[in-house]
Design a protein around this ligand. Sequence first.
Ligand SMILES: [Zn+2]
Length: 262
Amino acid sequence: MSDPGPAATAAPKAWTSVLPRGQAGRALGLHAIRALLAACVLAGVGAQGAQGAQGAARAGLCEQGLRQSPIDIVAPLRRPLPSLQFDYHAAPLRLVHDGHTVRVRFANRSQLVVGRQRYTLQQFHFHLPGGDRIAGEEFAMGMHFTHKSPSGQLMTLVLLFRVGQENPALAALLPHLSAPGQPEHTVAHQTVDAAAWLPAQRGYYVYDGSLTGPPCTEGVRWLVMKQPLQLSAAQLALLKSLIPANARPVQPLNGRPILESE
Ligand SMILES: [Zn+2]
């Protein structure tokens, strides 16, 4: 799996597009980051109107994009990638079922640092089945932890689950998962810590991907944790009673390199 093979020569150049932008991140002071955040908020407001006009063109990415997610992770190239530093904290449990999945939302305190790039956790949600595959294996369930850097770079951290032992983090959350149609709400006296979901081993794969639903925007960094987690058959059945099958099929790789941490 880790044999670089003939494609290895192309990897360093391609990897520059998924490398954390360390120089830019290091140059930014706190004031600059705050200004960037403010600019992102303003840009978001301004972009609302443009979305309608560009909607048709963006929807085309779902059918014609060349860097789409999820994928089947095959023949990854082993590289000295930056370690993942999880700076996640317990937060009030705030969630919503949008009919497609259950999303647990976070305020700005939980962050993931990759190299010199800091990403803020926005939310996590569930996929049945898992979405990304590893060497052809389809997983029973997947979780996407969506993050955003101060400059607006999107990053999705993927956890994949096989059926096996009961998952304690899921056991704590399941009683609070809402049914479709309920408004987004905060569960009283209940916290959630994203760190509780993480596997013990912090090895990962990384590739350039996309949003998995329309408009399938590309340029999203995908980090897939190598160590699969487990959930029990009963937990999976309960999730299936709450969430429809909602995973997008795997998409063509189109020559993209997949890197694997050492
Ligand atoms: Zn997702």
